[in-house]
Design a protein around this ligand. Structure first.
Ligand SMILES: Cc1cc2nc3c(=O)[nH]c(=O)nc-3n(C[C@H](O)[C@H](O)[C@H](O)COP(=O)(O)OP(=O)(O)OC[C@H]3O[C@@H](n4cnc5c(N)ncnc54)[C@H](O)[C@@H]3O)c2cc1C
Length: 400
């Protein structure tokens, strides 16, 4: 009987355990430091769990060697991940942009079927049990965890990264791998919020808009996205922000530019003139009533130098032009990105050159495998990171 130990009961570790235990000649143990498996999973996709994306291919992944993920993604395309979940009993729905969610609308359903899958697989679950140290022993691995000493012929590291630290993201996996001779690249938070100077966002806190967003360094555009943008206490969040935040890490002289109504300047100016005529006696800073959320409208007026103490008919054409510009290019100075507490994923990780891209076995230590976010692979926003977790977990669990 071959003994297999998997460290980390998150997305990739659970997938690896289910796959590894399909072979009746293996005894599989899954070790999880938190009180229960899949804690982070319950919080994914705003509680809905965007579990994969129909467009998952290598173009959506990043890392020092971006091609590393290609072989695994080819072996486990979205259809195979959907088959895996269907075999566990999960019903799914596909939404805008190929994003796949559980049909129940609850991340808990994904975790529930994985838990049942683990139970049926006969995997031994050790929760509340953190792996503290690992070393080579008799051709296998001796792992110290929660005061116990465990032995395994094969070891899979599925400890995740340090993003989402409030949900249990830690750096343990990098340290365990380092003790076996592996190295890692620099780590930084990805799919995270942009911090901006507080003046505007603080007053707009809680407002969500559908916008086009550009990240500028000086006058140069570094990245562009469109979609959901949420104003927060400290800056900007939302899927459109997550997509461009990776280009902000470690840089200065940055500005986030929001296009809030994607119309030509001429069209906007005509519309603003009509508003001025229609509501001549209205406070000037309410001229965008009905066009954007009222607090945002007042803020744009302030930004364009239009005060609430005048009436709409007193707004000059130059001020209307400034307002049209503000609507198309509302600029917020960026002071940095949020840290690992709020980031959804860790960019960087175990050096992929030290692992076989087809099997995920270590090139340094035979019998050692790694999967999920722990490796230097991170995906775009939209279900790509969980897709990588399942795909790499299932492949590592094959123990080829
Ligand atoms: C708020 C939030 C929302 C997200 N939403 C989405 C989404 O909708 N779609 C998407 O694709 N991605 C999403 N992600 C990213 C996605 O959740 C992760 O990329 C994915 O969970 C990584 O899987 P993993 O198995 O590598 O790591 P994890 O799921 O983090 O699992 C690692 C596990 O290892 C355990 N562990 C660590 N060290 C030890 C140790 N020493 N001993 C024992 N156990 C240990 C941890 O406790 C953890 O349970 C989100 C992330 C966050 C934080």
């Amino acid at each position: 009987m071959e003994t297999v130990l998997i460290i980390g009961g998150g997305a990739s570790g659970m997938a690896a355990a289910i796959r590894a235990s399909e072979d009746q000649n293996r005894r599989v143990t899954l070790l999880e430091r938190q009180a229960r498996v899949g804690r982070k999973l319950s919080a994914t996709g705003d509680g809905r769990c965007n579990l994969t994306n129909l467009h998952a291919d290598a173009a959506h992944y990043h890392g020092e060697a971006p091609d590393f993920a290609a072989a695994i993604l080819q072996a486990y395309p979205p259809e195979k991940i959907l088959d895996f979940f269907a075999s566990l009993g999960l019903r799914t729905v596909t939404e805008y942009g190929g994003r796949v969610y559980p049909a129940s609308g609850h991340a808990g359903s994904v975790l529930d079927v994985l838990r049942l899958g683990l139970e049926r697989s006969g995997t031994v679950l050790l929760t509340g049990c953190a792996a503290e140290a690992v070393r080579r022993q008799d051709g296998g691995f001796a792992v110290t965890a929660g005061g116990q000493s465990l032995y395994a012929d094969k070891l899979i590291l599925a400890c995740g990264g340090c993003a989402g630290s409030r949900l249990g993201g830690v750096t343990d996996g990098y340290a365990l791998a380092a003790s076996l001779g592996h190295s890692r690249t620099a780590l930084y938070p990805a799919l995270t919020q942009l911090r901006t100077t507080p003046d505007y966002p603080r007053a707009l806190k809680g407002i969500r808009v559908d916008a086009r967003l550009r990240l500028l360094q000086g006058a140069r555009a570094l990245a562009e996205s469109s979609g959901d943008v949420l104003f927060t206490e400290t800056g900007l969040s939302g899927t459109a922000v997550f997509e461009i935040a990776r280009w902000a890490a470690g840089k200065n002289d940055l500005t986030a530019e929001l296009c809030l109504i994607d119309e030509t300047p001429e069209y906007l100016l005509e519309d603003l003139r009509a508003r001025r005529a229609r509501w001549a006696a209205l406070e000037a800073n309410r001229i965008l009533t009905g066009a954007v959320q009222s607090r945002l409208g007042q803020m744009l007026c302030k930004y364009a130098g239009i005060s609430g103490s005048m009436t709409a008919e007193q707004i000059t054409d130059a001020q209307l032009r400034a307002l049209a510009d503000a609507i198309r290019a509302f600029r917020l100075p960026v002071t940095g990105v949020s840290g690992f507490e709020t980031a959804q994923v860790t960019a960087g990780g175990l050096r992929t050159g030290e692992f076989d891209a087809r099997t995920l076995e270590s090139r340094i230590v035979p019998g050692l495998y790694a999967c999920g976010e722990l490796l230097d692979v991170d995906g775009d926003c939209g279900g790509f990171n969980l897709h990588w977790a399942w795909a790499s977990g299932l492949r590592a669990g094959e123990l080829r």
